[in-house]
Write a protein that binds this ligand. Structure first.
Ligand code: UDX
Length: 447
């Protein structure tokens, strides 16, 4: 039996923790270094610092059985105690849309300093999303300078993007559709490939070997393509609304049967949010402009997405006229169901605009209420349930398609609201059924 490499992970965000728990759940020894002492403390108690289905149980088992341990800001220690280090720190956006690489850079300094003390070959794997060229031009020189060693000879360097979706991040970690390994040196690429072959065995996903910069670009191209599909179908939705009898859901279902198009990511709605699509599309635009090319298609993808959530407010005004003093119920706050993450959630521009127009807002989300409080404070009312949220409202808007909202019947809206006006921003209700008793408007539905 092959000796399992010991793994270290720097940064316990979504990607880092799912990677760490993924490996520990399959019997690898994993140590994590995290700067936030609160987060590290929770992890060592077996409690994930964020909501992610399926993660808690596997984390608790990994900690209990001694396969996973988290240290506070101990990069050097975890690197020295392992054979392979995944760097999974954040790469947030700057105000101009470009990527802030300062966390990756400072971790590269720390990892490099640790490598100075190492006698055996060590593989450094960048998993953070970084713009093409970063691993080669920024990370490698820092590692070499700090370690006094030569990359490709005394240590190895890979770029291995992740494609995890929040809400199914753990499942996506253990059942990937592909593994992309960009390597500086063949030896470290082979070591990482062997690790994944062992990890995924017997159900091995395709493994794609590339250069460092191709791997970096694959991540951006993948997210930009998905964001483009969403802005495309939202554009078709906006056209449908002008055509009596047209319905974007039927259009999407039909075009999705064309194998060249495919059925996924064609759900029209109030636009995309989250920690990846908005940031990655902006970063790719900024990177491309720096290289002397203006990617007009991606500029449009972004513009469509910026305008799309405000359609909910437009619909509301069409039904109610002035919003001054009107009560609006928001169903769903997180950027998508099954997460409490409010980053770039479409609820933010919608609620801001409703408040600006003078409406009072009540909102309900099954899990995101406490993270939403950090965004809206006391400017809105946080309802205890969906029914409590729509009670006495003049208009209800479905912003996030949590499954429990599908159970609300037309009668629930008609009997509880002051005015029975429902705006389906995520197309979860049958127009036929809901428009009988309610004034019903939906994204992508011709009048
Ligand atoms: C995404 C990518 O899917 C993942 O591969 C990458 O690593 C990180 O970014 P995530 O941000 O978790 O994952 O969410 P995802 O499920 O892709 O949805 C992103 C946004 O697009 C959500 O706001 C969602 O509501 C929206 N969306 C998605 C649509 O509006 N329509 C769709 O058809 C699909």
């Amino acid at each position: 039996m092959r000796k399992q490499p010991k793994i270290s992970v720097i940064g316990a965000g979504y990607v880092g923790l799912c990677t760490a728990v993924g490996f520990s759940s399959k019997g690898y020894h994993v140590t994590v270094s995290e700067v936030d002492a609160d987060k590290a403390g929770k992890i060592n108690l077996g409690i994930p610092p964020f909501y992610e289905p399926g993660l808690q149980e596997k984390l608790a088992a990994g900690v209990r059985d001694g396969y996973l341990k988290c240290f506070v800001n101990q990069t050097c220690k975890v690197v020295l105690g392992s054979d392979l280090t995944f760097v999974t720190v954040g790469t947030p956006s700057r105000t101009d849309g470009s990527v802030d690489l300062s966390y990756v850079e400072s971790v590269a300094h720390e990892v490099g300093a640790a490598l100075r003390q190492r006698s055996s070959f060590h593989v450094v794997v960048i998993k953070s999303t970084v713009i093409p060229g970063t691993t080669q031009n920024t990370v490698k020189p820092v590692l070499e300078k700090e370690s006094g060693k030569i990359c490709g000879e005394q240590f190895g360097l890979c770029m291995n993007p992740e494609f995890l979706r929040q809400g199914s991040a753990f499942q996506d970690t253990v059942n990937a559709d592909r593994v992309v390994i960009g390597s500086y040196d063949k030896r470290s690429g082979d070591i990482l490939e062997d690790l994944y072959r062992d990890f995924y065995s017997p159900q091995l996903p395709p493994i794609i070997r590339t250069s460092l910069s191709t791997a970096e670009l694959i991540k951006y191209a993948s997210n930009a393509m998905l964001a483009t599909k969403i802005s495309f179908i939202n554009t078709i939705a906006n056209i449908c609304e002008k055509i009596p009898g047209a319905d974007v859901k039927e259009v999407a279902a039909a075009i999705g049967l064309d194998k060249r198009i495919g059925p996924h990511f064609l759900d029209a709605g109030l636009g995309y949010g989250g920690s990846c699509f908005p940031k990655d599309v902006q970063a790719l635009i900024a990177c491309s402009k720096t290289l002397g090319y203006t990617p007009e298609l991606l500029d449009s993808v972004e513009n469509v997405n910026r305008a799309q959530p405000l359609k909910a407010v437009e619909f509301c005004k069409q039904q109610l006229g002035s919003l001054g003093g009107k009560r609006v119920a928001i169903l769903g706050l997180s950027f998508k169901p099954d997460t409490d993450d409010m980053r770039e959630a479409r609820a933010i521009p919608i609620i801001d605009e409703l408040l600006r127009e003078g409406a009072s807002v009540a909102a309900y989300d099954p899990v995101a209420a406490s993270s939403a409080k950090t965004v809206f404070g006391s400017k809105i009312r946080y309802a205890r349930s969906a029914l409590d949220c729509i009670k006495d409202a003049d208009c209800a808007i479905v912003v996030t398609e949590w499954r429990e909202f599908q159970e609300l019947t037309p009668e629930d809206f008609a009997e509880n609201m002051r005015q029975p006006i429902l705006i389906d921003g995520r197309r979860i209700y049958s127009p036929e059924k809901y428009s009988k008793k309610l004034k019903f408007a939906a994204i992508g539905l011709g009048k």
